[in-house]
Design a protein around this ligand. Structure first.
Ligand SMILES: C=C(O[C@@H]1C=C(C(=O)O)C=C[C@H]1O)C(=O)O
Length: 240
């Protein structure tokens, strides 16, 4: 049987999924690569892989997509690894630099600026700006070092009352239902007890990985998170 080609996010938030995959027999049926989120999305969009955990902000670039598991990289509020960092209060920023590793948080920042903070801001992808989006492991320990810090999970909740799903497991083609069931079961092993990955994470005195994996992140792709994805994508479509 051909192996299913998979791209997974390389950040700590995905370690519980990888633990589940590596500790179940599904590992023999797949070719796994790890990439930053925008690269995961690109691999699924181009067809280089069959399946990936990809930013919801990239779903609109897929002609057809299949969200195949009960899990996501999500949050019920503050996520503690997706921020706008700024030298000024949000009401004073005139420009925002995006994070090239992100698709969801870049779009989420733009949605919140337009509809929640009602700010007209120049968006740049490189160079100087008043504020910038940063996601993933590069944010760990950084929030006490920057004057103004906006956790985008927290502000999405404030804006909509909803949780958020930053990334979901998406196939670009129909996959075998038995494989899907086995893959889902493998993921469940890790997310049922995310603390199992703590020993493989280098200590950082400025960041509580236990709290991050068990409380800031929420891996269940619930109905409310699916509503959040729908609402988010309808807002993203209105951005120019
Ligand atoms: C919580 C996070 O969620 C993520 C943010 C993503 C994005 O902005 O495109 C995509 C995947 C996730 O890694 C994070 O990276 O810190």
């Amino acid at each position: 049987m051909n192996k299913v080609k998979i791209s997974a996010v390389s950040y700590t938030n995905t370690f519980p999924f990888l633990y589940g995959i590596r500790n179940s027999s599904i590992v023999d049926q797949i070719d796994l690569s790890v990439d930053y989120p925008s690269a995961c999305a690109q691999k699924v969009i181009s067809g280089e892989v069959d399946l990936g955990i990809i930013p919801v902000g990239a779903l609109l670039d897929l002609p057809a997509y299949y969200i195949i598991t009960d899990y996501c990289i999500g949050t019920l509020g503050a996520v503690d690894s997706v921020f706008i960092f700024s030298e000024k209060p949000i009401g004073e920023i005139k420009s925002l630099r995006l994070d090239h590793q992100s698709r969801s948080s870049n779009a989420l920042a733009r949605v919140l600026l337009k509809y929640h903070w009602k700010q007209d801001v120049q968006i740049v992808t490189e160079g100087e700006a008043d504020a910038y989006v940063l996601i993933g492991d590069r944010t760990f320990g950084k929030k006490d070092t920057v004057p103004y810090v906006y956790d985008l999970g927290y502000y999405w909740k404030e804006f909509t009352g909803l949780p958020f799903a930053f990334a979901v497991w998406v196939a670009n083609k129909p996959l075998d239902p038995t494989f899907i069931a086995d893959f889902n079961a493998a993921l469940k092993i890790g997310v049922s007890n995310p603390r199992v990955v703590l020993p493989e994470i280098p200590a950082n005195p400025k960041f509580d990985f236990d709290y991050y994996l068990t409380s800031s992140l929420d891996y269940q792709l619930t109905t409310a998170k699916r509503q959040a994805i729908d609402k988010f994508l309808s807002l993203v479509k209105t951005l120019d």
